[in-house]
Design a protein. Structure first.
Ligand SMILES: NC(=O)c1ccc[n+]([C@@H]2O[C@H](COP(=O)([O-])OP(=O)(O)OC[C@H]3O[C@@H](n4cnc5c(N)ncnc54)[C@H](OP(=O)(O)O)[C@@H]3O)[C@@H](O)[C@H]2O)c1
Length: 247
């Protein structure tokens, strides 16, 4: 089957490309650096020729709420319109667990807009809400660290290995559309500050972590807000196993 992966050069997109190829599928890679831009639609029609399913694993640059909604909304609308023209039979969106209960996060507003457009759109779909990835704590430190000090919220998360979510996206994309899929998560709850500390140690980096709710993530994201719901699909790779692979 021919499957297109939008965001093919990204963290999850590149692993999804690899998972699809391992399973013997013909993969079309989509990203701006590969000459296809969802923001303008440039290159999309040619890229989707003969494609049966599309996985959307794109991302938005950091921005405010309106900018993020605009970026992800425009990209999703352009992608869905091109899929309809090409006769694509299945659109798979990688989304995030908990976004419907958290108003204040700009990225989550953009993800809700993506979900809204996909669910109302012309192409049969599956929306896959995933928890944070095992490298999420490191990414957050990358956003906030200045002069060796990084504020970070003590979020309770149940992270999933990037390769595990990629395998699940590849499996779902090559099956029938399922509408809203159940939450997908890793095996164990974790404290984001502890994840950051252990990742930095594994990388041999010294950064002073300052637990706070006054940085990127506010109190609205505390408690169980980011944990998967009942009956979630639990992927196998633990944070410890992933960390051991990083050393
Ligand atoms: N981080 C987490 O813990 C987490 C958890 C659950 C879900 N998610 C979701 O997972 C998704 C993927 O995240 P990621 O970390 O894998 O992303 P990433 O590494 O930042 O990769 C983003 C990809 O999108 C492409 N892209 C961006 N804008 C584009 C455009 N206008 N046209 C075509 N391609 C474009 C980028 O390539 P170019 O720059 O070359 O265009 C890149 O290939 C995100 O939507 C995020 O919301 C993240």
């Amino acid at each position: 089957m021919r499957v297109a992966v939008a965001g093919a050069t990204g963290n999850i997109g590149s692993l999804t490309v690899a998972a699809l190829r391992r399973a013997g599928h013909d993969v079309v890679r989509i990203s701006r650096s590969l000459g296809v831009d969802l923001s303008t639609g440039d290159g999309l029609d040619a890229a989707l020729t003969g494609v049966g399913a599309v996985v959307d694993a794109t991302n938005a640059p950091p921005g405010d709420r309106d900018g993020t909604v605009q970026y992800l909304g425009t990209a999703t609308a352009n992608l869905l319109a091109a899929e309809e023209r090409a006769g694509v039979a299945h659109h798979v969106l990688l989304s995030i667990v908990g976004i419907h209960g958290i108003e204040g996060n700009p990225h989550y507003a953009g993800k809700r807009e993506q979900e809204r457009l996909v669910a109302a759109g012309p192409v049969p779909w599956t929306i896959v809400p995933a928890t944070q990835f095992h490298d999420f704590a490191e990414m957050v430190v990358g956003w906030t660290e200045h002069d060796g000090v990084a504020p970070i919220a003590p979020l309770l998360v149940q992270p999933i290995a990037p390769a595990d979510i990629a395998d699940i996206l590849a499996e779902i994309a090559t099956g029938a559309p399922q509408g809203r899929y159940g939450d997908v998560a890793g095996p164990d709850p974790q404290d984001l500050v502890d994840m950051a500390r252990r990742t930095l140690t594994a990388r041999g980096r010294e950064v002073k972590l300052v637990p706070t709710w006054s940085s990127v993530f506010g109190l609205e994201m505390s408690g169980n807000a980011l944990l998967p719901g009942e009956g979630a699909r639990i992927a196998p790779t633990t944070f410890e196993e992933w960390l051991a692979q990083q050393r």
